[in-house]
Every structure is written in structure tokens, then in C-alpha cells.
Design a protein. Structure first.
Length: 83
């Protein structure tokens, strides 16, 4: 199995079937020694982890919480790209 120039790898159908991985299944990756471990996850868990990593990142941005909230209030995520 090889990694494409875009960093993609095809998960064999047998493995996807065994794990119940369907198109648009959320996954996460972690490094374990010299291996990469892929685990099914939920969008909510990914959001929680992202918020935990970002916690405090805007602390010294020079904006108040109200200003940041006003900036993000009407934001919508871009449409998902189909692979």
C-alpha cells in the first residue's frame, strides 16, 4: 500500500466493513511509536478536542470576548468537499 502525492491511503474494504466505516465517517489519527493509529470518532468529540487545543489561543489577540463572538456569530462552515 502506498501514500498518494496528496497524502491519501485507501483503507481496504474488508477493514472498513469490519469497523463499520462508511463515507463521511469521522476519524482521528495519533502516533504510537513508529505507527499511525486511526480511530473512529464523532464530530462532537473532534470539536471538543479542537476547543481544548485552542483554549487560550486568543487570550492576547487584543479583542474582547464580545468582539470575538460578534465576529463569529454569523459564520457558517464551508460546504464539505467530496473525496
Amino acid at each position: 500500500m502506498r501514500i498518494t502525492t496528496k497524502g491519501q491511503v485507501t483503507i481496504p474494504q474488508e477493514i472498513r466493513d469490519q469497523l463499520g466505516m462508511h463515507p463521511n465517517t469521522d476519524v482521528e489519527f495519533r502516533i504510537d511509536g513508529d505507527s499511525v493509529v486511526m480511530t473512529k470518532t464523532s464530530a462532537a468529540r473532534r470539536a471538543d478536542e479542537l476547543l481544548a487545543r485552542m483554549s487560550g489561543a486568543l487570550k492576547d489577540c487584543g479583542m474582547t470576548t464580545d468582539e470575538i463572538m460578534a465576529m463569529t456569530r454569523d459564520w457558517e462552515p464551508p460546504p464539505k468537499k467530496r473525496i
